[in-house]
Design a protein around this ligand. Structure first.
Ligand SMILES: N[C@@H](CCC(=O)N[C@@H](CS)C(=O)NCC(=O)O)C(=O)O
Length: 213
């Protein structure tokens, strides 16, 4: 397999973390950001969105980080990550979609509006709205994590990956409030995982005040 990705990209980190959890071998091709390459015709033929990540596995070129996660779980993973029965799978799917459409949306607004925005151009009032949104979403997640160790049960699954991949940055921003208690306990357990340390817990100072990808 070959992964085109940027190590500081949160969507790339979801895939890098999961590949690490699965212990799979792959070639890493630095793409996007300073490495560029997104507008090359060869890359656009694989991923017309000119974005990372893109996973190539044999004849398949796949984009959208969550689609890549599902593919890896189905093709190279175990049932623990993405169960086969529709009801069990729906729990994983709903939290993945929730992460993308709810928490990620609020957090990325905050990350770009606060961390990546030059200080003089920040709108602190608008950013506070996103801080409050993030907190409300994490309270919802906390209700689920009050019942089990991970988002949908007692093992890591795909449900943990999208929201978990953002929690390191959430924890490291200077404006985000404390985490609700069960979220804090779950996040602490993620930080003990080798693959999380290797692929998610990376410095992101180089993104501070930087609006360019
Ligand atoms: N929904 C897509 C979003 C992909 C995306 O927006 N990727 C960003 C990085 S997180 C990107 O390619 N930015 C341009 C760059 O890194 O140069 C996914 O989940 O894969």
């Amino acid at each position: 397999m070959r992964l085109y990705a940027r190590r500081t990209s949160s969507n790339s980190q979801k895939v890098l973390w999961f590949l690490g959890e699965l212990g799979l071998e792959y070639d890493f091709v630095a793409t996007g950001g300073d490495a560029g390459g997104l507008s090359e015709p060869e890359y656009l033929a694989m991923n017309p969105n000119a974005a990372v990540p893109t996973l190539v596995d044999g004849p398949l070129a796949l984009w959208e980080s969550h689609a890549i996660l599902r593919y890896l779980a189905a093709e190279h993973g175990t049932r623990d990550f993405w169960p086969e029965t529709p009801a069990a799978r729906s729990w994983v799917d709903r939290w993945m979609d929730w992460s993308q459409s709810q928490f990620d949306a609020a957090f990325m607004n905050l990350f770009w509006g606060h961390w990546r925005m030059p200080v003089e151009a920040r709108n602190d009032e608008a950013n506070q709205v996103q801080v409050d949104r993030c907190r409300r979403y994490l309270e919802i997640l906390d209700g689920e994590l009050a019942r089990h160790a991970f988002v949908v049960g007692d093992n890591l699954s795909l449900a943990d990956i999208p929201v978990g991949a953002l929690m390191y940055r959430y924890a490291g921003l200077d404006v985000t409030a404390d985490m609700p208690p069960h979220v804090a306990r779950w996040y602490a357990s993620l930080t003990e995982r080798d693959a999380y340390q290797a692929h998610v817990m990376l410095p992101f100072d180089e993104l501070k005040g930087r609006l360019a990808p």
